[in-house]
Ligand binder design. Sequence first.
Ligand code: GLA
Length: 381
Amino acid sequence: MEAMMPSHPFPALLASLLAVAGCATAEPALKDACRDSFLIGAAINEAQFSETDNRVATLIKTHFNSVTAENVLKWESVHPEPDRYDFSASDRYVDFGERNNMFIVGHTLVWHSQTPRWVFEDAEGTPLDREALLLRMRDHIHTVVGRYKGRIHGWDVVNEALNEDGTLRPTPWLRIIGEDYLEKAFEYAREADPSAELYYNDYSLEHAPKRDGAVALIRNLQNRGVKVSGIGTQQHLRMDSPTLAQVDASLTALSQLGIKVMVTELDVDVLPSSTWDRGADVSLRAEANPALNPYVDALPASVQLELAERYAGLFSVYMKHRKTLDRVTFWGVTDADSWLNNWPVRGRTSYPLLFGRDARPKPGFKAVIESVSPVPSGSQS
Ligand code: GLA
């Protein structure tokens, strides 16, 4: 499969890449360049969709035709206490997407993280039983999905249900409800908005054991009559891992499910990976570990070009899969907004996205534009 991938026009690219940053009005819009291939999205934050961060709001309107709520639809934000929902921010998020004719994604309904502890306990702090937790899950999904019925077009219904070996992650959802908690979540979401697309979303699907687990999980849901509209592969990536061949193989395997495939949380971490092998340790702080935060003032030109090449390679693979790849969404817009400034080490200066802290396009931006246009002939298998 690797041999069939379009070759990247790197040498021609490299000469012009660094020049791009100066011409804010001249560059083509990402969404126009990707128009015939896939939706192009960004996870956006409150300052952006409220347009207090006007500069980035303008970038979003110019370059993206899909948005995902970075945080405001997570359980802890939208349903912070048992009897209190707070839709003030999410209403503005959906308004922003509608005003700009965007494909609006709801993220996320059932997850083990950013979900308050009370969700799994009664008023005395005793763990809920299956029926009580199902009722609570149903109420949450009906209330949140129902509020945006016909307006939010697709929902990440269940997020990150799998371990790295492809088995189900031992979350409170699994422990209390049992394996059919996924089926129930999709069932409730379908009841609440029969026309919304409903997705399963997870990371590290470039690694075969976890991907096989995801494929089996979706097939199992399908066999039980549950309609899953799509699968999201997050793709929080590093410079050298996973390989393009792994990304390619993953998209091929996921496309065989016959449902929509989406890259949902794309970014590329360029910083040293000290803690990745043993998981994140956010107690590590950049000030105490300067070696982990090497580019405080600026990203060296050589690394900038490597990042552009990485993005060129990734988008060449995405183009190969453009008939089955429905959307590519970045997890953030500018480097300043990225969660990677605080993960897996707090307080670092990170450079994972296509727009810099000055909201100008980086060389990676032009690399993406060149990779997606014009469509390379014969690149779709
Ligand atoms: C996961 C979640 C996202 C976000 C990112 C990084 O991938 O799905 O909501 O929290 O981590 O912050």
